[in-house]
Ligand binder design. Structure first.
Ligand code: ZN
Length: 225
């Protein structure tokens, strides 16, 4: 008898049965040694609503997030929009962007490096420009901007006045980029997340809560590996 949805059962010296859905959608059951198939099946059945919901979420995430499959038609984020990748042989540049990404087929094995390089360049250009613009507009000063490869934070600010942004920020909509910029600029004056800090952020961006929530909710879409 087949058990619905299960890819693997791992038996070990544990006391209870657990159901796990991995980020890639693989369904794993962990069970105590000698647990019967029937018991496992009943357990999985009792969790079927949760399982359906979770697998659905994984599928949706896989559909929109850039995976490492650099194939014709794969979608990649830039400023909150997704653009398809085309593999071409007749272009002089290794890589270009014209409302879509164009990569020379001969450099397919270097896709990840080429993409990252482009994202970093774009991040440097766009983030520097906008940070200078807002600093001047609202009277902030900072020493320099660094583009990092941070995976879990969009930006940070050092006590010595340099502002760091991860290049991944260039994948999200400008509205959210501006929130991160203002957030870090305010940190040049108030290093903590006190009430005073949030009041100052709100003064410049009255709807900052909405943007902040958006990043929290959608941040996981913009992973690049
Ligand atoms: Zn902060």
């Amino acid at each position: 008898m087949t058990i619905p949805y299960i890819d693997e059962i791992i038996y070990s010296r544990r006391k209870s049965i657990a159901l796990i859905v991995q980020p890639n959608g693989k369904v794993i059951v962990r069970a105590p040694l000698r647990t019967s198939q029937r018991l496992i099946q009943e357990f999985v059945k009792s969790k079927s609503d949760w399982l359906t919901f979770t697998l659905d979420r994984v599928k949706k995430r896989q559909a929109v997030s850039p995976t490492l499959s650099f194939k014709e038609g794969s979608l990649f984020w830039y400023l909150g929009k997704q653009f398809p990748l085309s593999l071409v042989s007749n272009q002089s540049k290794i890589f270009s962007f014209r409302q879509g990404f164009f990569l020379k087929t001969s450099h397919l094995d270097q896709s990840k490096r080429v993409f990252e390089k482009w994202y970093k360049q774009e991040a440097k250009k766009t983030l520097s420009e906008r940070t200078h613009y807002y600093a001047q507009k609202y009277g902030f000063s900072f020493k320099k901007i660094n583009i990092t490869s941070a995976k879990t934070r969009w930006g940070s600010c050092s006590t010595r006045g340099s502002i760091n942004f991860t290049w991944r920020l260039i994948m999200v909509p400008l509205e959210m980029i501006d929130y991160v910029i203002i957030h870090e600029l305010v940190h040049t004056k108030i290093p903590n997340h006190s009430q005073k800090f949030w009041e100052m952020v709100e003064k410049f961006l009255p709807d900052y809560r909405k943007r902040r929530l958006w990043l929290k909710k959608n941040g996981s879409l913009f992973q690049f590996e």
